[in-house]
Design a protein around this ligand. Sequence first.
Ligand code: DX5
Ligand code: ZN
Length: 221
Amino acid sequence: MEYELAPSMLSADFGNLSSQFAEISSAGAGWLHIDVMDGHFVPNISMGLPVIKSIRSCTKLYFDTHLMISDPLLYAERFAEAGADSITFHLEAADQPEKVIECIRKCGKKAGISIKPGTPAASLEPYIDKVDMVLLMTVEPGFGGQAYIESSTEKIAAVRKMADSRGLDTDIEVDGGIAPDTIDRVLDAGANIIVAGSAVFKGDIRSNIRFFEDAFARRGK
Ligand code: DX5
Ligand code: ZN
């Protein structure tokens, strides 16, 4: 299995983004997790299209775009144009999830679907064979720095089983509260894309990233 760390930009120093990107890249990260919040689907507002467009020119990091917005169908194409590499939307926010997936694919981007902690794993069944990635929220979406919700571990295992039983190698991304004390349980349960905000940007970025890379290496990355 391929593992990937996706440092969450939400915890970066917004006054020094290009140097923060250079630092995470040189420490070995290949992805950047970008949290888009609209103040409607989630009770917070973060960043949107012009920011993505502008940072696209200062880094080659893979833009893993997490849309925490209502009506993702209306905006997916514009996030693709702005420079997203993958676009993940929330199942709870989409009236026609298949149409959103189709739209993302038509734009030539990887498609991901996400569910909040209270949404059952079984709700992914109709879509798991149509997406590249499932993003399981392991905290309530909206804010960085929250504690991992313990019941997420079972859910990760259930989704990995769902993918395996269909012969799919779907990426399973986890997002929220992933840190040195929670990384092993999410990897053991079957997650392979790890979002970490506070655990990357607080303290020494290089040694923080090394910690995650070592956890991946123990599993044979
Ligand atoms: C929360 C966001 C997360 C957040 C994770 O809604 O989706 O990506 O930045 O932050 P940490 O790793 O600090 O929990
Ligand atoms: Zn996120």
